[in-house]
Design a protein around this ligand. Structure first.
Ligand code: PMP
Length: 342
């Protein structure tokens, strides 16, 4: 991207707004009497959370080696997808670009905001075709491109991501929800080079905190300020925020859990080889497999009958089911049922 003027990409009404920061979060008070927010004086959760999520951002800034002003925190990265669309996409006028197949929430939030969803079909290896990307981004001039890597539901990391960041005349959101399983480098290190880049990460997957709903956007200070402008003041609750801060201090456990999931992936890959109803197991860089079956309906129904819930991707991805990796006991149950599907 040659010349970059962020203001020309932002929705006009957003440019006139300021982020909401509560008065007490603007200032440093030691022992203030808090009569400003109509809270109850009783109980440990009686106070509103910090609207700027200062402590959490401080922690994240240390582990990600990035300024706290380059971090926005959301109620899951889902919320950040919504906020990014709200910042850049004018309803009824602008469009988003996403890969196909990819994570459905980009299209969901774009549709709610009345934006068109342009789909860039992946090839048979679930890679982007560069010529298609160039042609489609020229034709549609989408404001935001959501690039998911490792991609959900296909499981692969996208090659040469920098090419797409460099050649897109708009905002590129690299969604790294599954990056910790992949061994790939995060695009956070490209932020200095590309002012049109936003990187999304989450505590929901490798960190095991899906119930807490905490996700992060990393970008330039300007873009982070815009995201903070459209967020609800208290979007991340204090219970979740504190839990995540505690977890960051116990990262060793998280690393062990990732190791154990990677170990289960290898175990399953081996087991899948002798399951007859399987036609193809796609290679994965995430904590799930996309699997093609001889008779997808039969397998899906059999799993359901045994109360093993999986995510059927057929007919969009013909004959495929997405199955995530569980613990050993769950994985054994999965293999046992698959073996009954011959
Ligand atoms: N991005 C991708 C690619 C995902 O698969 C998911 C969750 N399924 C999310 C984002 C949303 O995660 P969160 O729990 O942080 O909202």
């Amino acid at each position: 991207m040659k010349e970059f003027n962020i203001n020309s990409l932002v929705r006009k009404n957003i440019l006139e707004l300021q982020p909401y920061i509560s008065f007490r979060d603007h200032n440093e008070f030691e022992n203030a009497v808090l009569l400003d927010a109509n809270e109850s004086p009783f109980g440990e959760l009686s106070r509103y959370p910090d609207s700027t999520q200062k402590k959490l951002k401080q922690k994240l800034s240390e582990i990600k080696n990035i300024s706290a002003n380059q971090i926005a925190v959301g109620n899951g990265s889902d919320e950040l997808i919504d906020l990014i669309i709200k910042v850049f996409c004018e309803p009824k006028k602008d469009s988003i670009l996403m890969m196909n197949p990819s994570f459905a929430m980009y299209g969901f939030y774009a549709s709610i905001n009345e934006n068109k969803v342009i789909k860039l079909d992946l090839n048979a290896d679930f890679e982007i075709v560069k010529d298609d990307f160039i042609r489609i981004s020229k034709d549609f001039k989408s404001k935001v491109f959501f690039l998911c890597s490792p991609n959900n539901p296909t499981g692969n990391s996208i090659k040469d991501i920098e090419f797409y960041i460099k050649n897109f005349n708009g905002i590129v959101v690299v969604d790294e929800a599954y990056i910790e399983f992949s061994g790939e480098k995060s695009c956070i290190e490209l932020l200095e080079k590309y002012p049109n880049l936003i990187v999304l990460q989450t505590f929901s997957k490798a960190w095991g905190m899906a119930g807490a709903r905490v996700g992060m956007a990393y970008s330039s200070e300007e873009i982070i300020r815009l995201i903070n402008t459209v967020k609800a003041p208290y979007n991340v609750n204090s219970l979740s925020s504190n839990k995540v801060i505690e977890l960051i201090d116990k990262q060793e456990n998280v690393k062990q859990n990732i190791e154990s999931i990677l170990n289960e992936i290898s175990w399953l890959e081996n087991e899948f080889q002798s399951v007859n109803c399987i036609k193809k197991v796609y290679p994965t860089d995430a904590n799930f497999f996309l699997i093609e079956f001889e008779d997808v309906e039969k397998v899906y129904e059999k799993l359901l009958e045994k109360e093993i819930l999986t995510s059927k991707r057929s007919p969009q991805i013909p004959n495929c089911i997405r199955i995530n990796v569980g613990n050993r006991e769950e994985n054994i149950q999965l293999i046992n049922v698959l073996n009954q599907c011959e």
